[in-house]
Design a protein around this ligand. Structure first.
Ligand code: ZN
Length: 239
């Protein structure tokens, strides 16, 4: 079996944690706004990069433009989990995976059935009023146009970490605990350049598996490197 080595590492590991990035979701059809195409689309329509459009200072200055870009590029719900999401959920169910740590905001791990999901960059499914703190579901953003407003008049914003903002401390601390206590860390669909991915890896002392289509800076420190689509790798795991 092609990924027998990965299966063996998971089987032997007393505690495994998965850390995933955008590549996990692109195979479900969610475009990566950080990709070359994402950059091109943003520049063409807005004359600004995704990093600018999704920054806190831009949100504060031009919320209507922010929500236009956000609704079109990040608020994607008509997608299904792929083989990687499903295999990770089954591994958790079997007691072979302690947590999924993700940089994705699309909720696909929960949709696949994972229950311990640490969302470092938040989720499109959670939204709140910036003035009174009231929580709102995704509908409030999806079914409105322009700037979504709370009954109190405040702006409802997604509970998503924007550029210039720091990830929620409690979620990051939980992720750090998971990483410190794990013996095997599977990193998938990320080139590990986005904060805080690389930082988490620094705290890890066990076996590292990297699954990414293209080589990453960290390939040399990994115990196993797989340059294949992550959905394919997990579908071959047979879990
Ligand atoms: Zn309010």
């Amino acid at each position: 079996m092609k990924n027998g080595k990965l299966a063996e590492l998971i089987e032997k590991s007393p505690r495994t944690v998965f850390f995933g990035g955008a590549g996990v979701s692109t195979e479900s059809g969610i475009p990566d706004f950080r990709s070359e195409n994402g950059l091109f689309k943003a520049l063409e329509k807005y004359g600004k990069s995704p990093e600018i459009l999704l920054s806190r200072s831009f949100f504060d200055a031009h919320p209507e433009v922010f929500f236009d870009y956000y609704r079109e590029n990040l608020l994607i719900t008509d997608v299904e989990p792929n083989s990687a999401h499903l295999a990770l959920a089954r591994l958790e169910e079997k007691g072979k995976l302690s947590a999924v740590i993700t940089q994705n905001i699309d909720g696909l791990h929960q949709k696949a059935g994972s229950s311990r999901v640490l969302e470092l960059h938040g989720s499109i499914y959670r939204n709140y009023c910036m003035k009174c703190g009231r929580h709102y579901g995704i509908e409030k953003i999806k079914e409105t146009t322009g700037i979504p407003r709370c009954e109190c008049g405040g702006i409802i914003r997604p509970d998503v970490v924007l550029y210039e903002e720091i990830p929620p401390e409690d979620t990051f601390d939980q992720a750090l605990d998971e990483v410190r206590n794990a013996s095997l860390m599977i990193v998938g669909g990320t080139s590990l350049v986005v904060y805080p991915a690389a930082n988490l890896l620094q705290y890890f002392r066990g076996t590292v598996v990297l699954i990414n289509l293209s080589p990453t800076y960290y390939d040399s420190i990994a115990d196993l490197v797989i340059h294949e689509p992550i959905g394919k790798v997990f579908s071959e795991l047979d879990v």
